[in-house]
Ligand binder design. Sequence first.
Ligand code: SF4
Ligand code: SF4
Length: 126
Amino acid sequence: MKLWRKPLDADDWEPPKGKIYIIEERCKGCGFCEEFCPRKVLEESDKYNSRGYHPPEVVNPDDCVHCELCELICPEFAIFVLDAKEMESKKPKKKRGKGGGSKKTSQKKKSSKKQTSKKTKKGGRK
Ligand code: SF4
Ligand code: SF4
């Protein structure tokens, strides 16, 4: 998006970033969010929800400036925006395996199993 006039301090600050969430089943396809988004982040999608409407889809996620206009304007409360940086910091850093434990704890379990098996073997000889 081109600015008709660049503010003098535009390079000194970073615009906020938003992460958009759409509750597709609530959407009634009015198109307000698509029409009034100042950065043209949203567009009507080709898919249908169960009520037969086309919910919006995010086409330019990096252009969202977290202005929350789409959230305010939606008559069905079908769209909301959160701070992208905040959401990034809340992401879990490591994926856990099927057992649910970390690598260290599973290694500890293995070593303790070995030790108990050695003990039982020793006991069996006596
Ligand atoms: S928060 Fe603002 S910029 Fe982002 S999608 Fe909604 S209306 Fe567009
Ligand atoms: S403003 Fe709300 S109801 Fe209207 S198209 Fe956007 S998400 Fe759907």
